[in-house]
Design a protein around this ligand. Structure first.
Ligand SMILES: CC(C)(COP(=O)(O)OP(=O)(O)OC[C@H]1O[C@@H](n2cnc3c(N)ncnc32)[C@H](O)[C@@H]1OP(=O)(O)O)[C@@H](O)C(=O)NCCC(=O)NCCS
Length: 158
C-alpha cells in the first residue's frame, strides 16, 4: 500500500481527531473529537509538527510531534494513531519513521509515553527500538500508568 506523509492542514484536524477517539486510548481516556481537534489546531499554531498519512487520498493516520517536548530538549511523540481498518499495513511504522526523521536535527533521544494497558502499541514501539525507561503512575488519568519509552540515538550530543 502506497503511503504518503504530509503536514496536517487545519481542515484535516477533525478527521484525525476522530481516528484517535475511536481507538482504545480514545475510549479509555474519553477523548472528545471536537476538543482534540481544537488542540491539534492549537499545536499547529505553536509550531509543533502534525503529520498525516494518506493512502489514495484517504486519511489513514496521524502523528503529533513536539520537537523538544521532552524536558525542553528531546523529541516527544505526543500521539500516534492509525485508522482501525488500516492497522497492520505499516502506516504506523511510516509515521514513526517520519517522527524520527523530522526531529533528527534536535540531536537527543526520541521519547514517548504509552499507557501500560496498550499492549499492542508497546509491542509496536519495542519492535522499532524503543525501550521502557520508567513509569508515571496516575499521570494523565487516575489508575492508569504511563510508560516512558526511549529510543537511543547513535551519536552523542551535549
Ligand atoms: C499502535 C499503532 C499506531 C500501530 O500502527 P500500525 O499501522 O497498525 O502498525 P504497523 O502496521 O506499522 O506495524 C504493525 C505492528 O503494529 C502492532 N499493532 C498494534 N496494533 C495493531 C493492530 N490492530 N493490527 C495490527 N498490528 C498492530 C503490532 O505490533 C504489529 O506488529 P506484528 O506484525 O509483529 O504483530 C496502531 O495500532 C494504533 O493506531 N493504535 C491505536 C492508537 C494507539 O494506541 N497509539 C499509540 C499510543 S500513542
Amino acid at each position: 500500500m502506497a503511503i504518503v506523509i504530509h503536514r496536517m492542514k487545519k481542515d484535516e484536524a477533525l478527521e484525525s481527531a476522530y481516528i484517535a477517539c475511536q481507538s482504545l486510548i480514545g475510549k479509555r481516556y474519553a477523548l472528545v473529537q471536537e476538543s482534540l481537534s481544537k488542540r491539534l489546531i492549537d499545536a499547529m499554531e505553536m509550531k509543533e509538527i502534525l503529520l498525516v498519512a494518506k493512502s489514495e487520498e484517504i486519511l489513514v493516520g496521524f502523528a503529533w510531534i513536539d520537537p523538544k517536548g521532552a524536558f525542553s530538549s528531546a523529541p516527544y511523540l505526543r500521539l500516534l494513531a492509525v485508522e482501525e481498518k488500516f492497522r497492520g499495513l505499516r502506516v504506523g511504522s511510516v509515521l514513526l519513521d517520519a517522527f524520527e526523521e523530522s526531529t533528527q536535527h534536535i540531536g537527543r533521544d526520541y521519547v514517548l509515553l504509552v499507557s501500560d494497558f496498550n499492549e499492542q502499541a508497546i509491542h509496536f514501539y519495542e519492535k522499532h527500538g524503543y525501550v521502557k525507561r520508567g513509569s508515571l503512575p496516575d499521570f494523565a488519568r487516575e489508575g492508569i500508568t504511563e510508560l516512558i519509552m526511549v529510543k537511543k540515538r547513535n551519536k552523542d550530543v551535549i
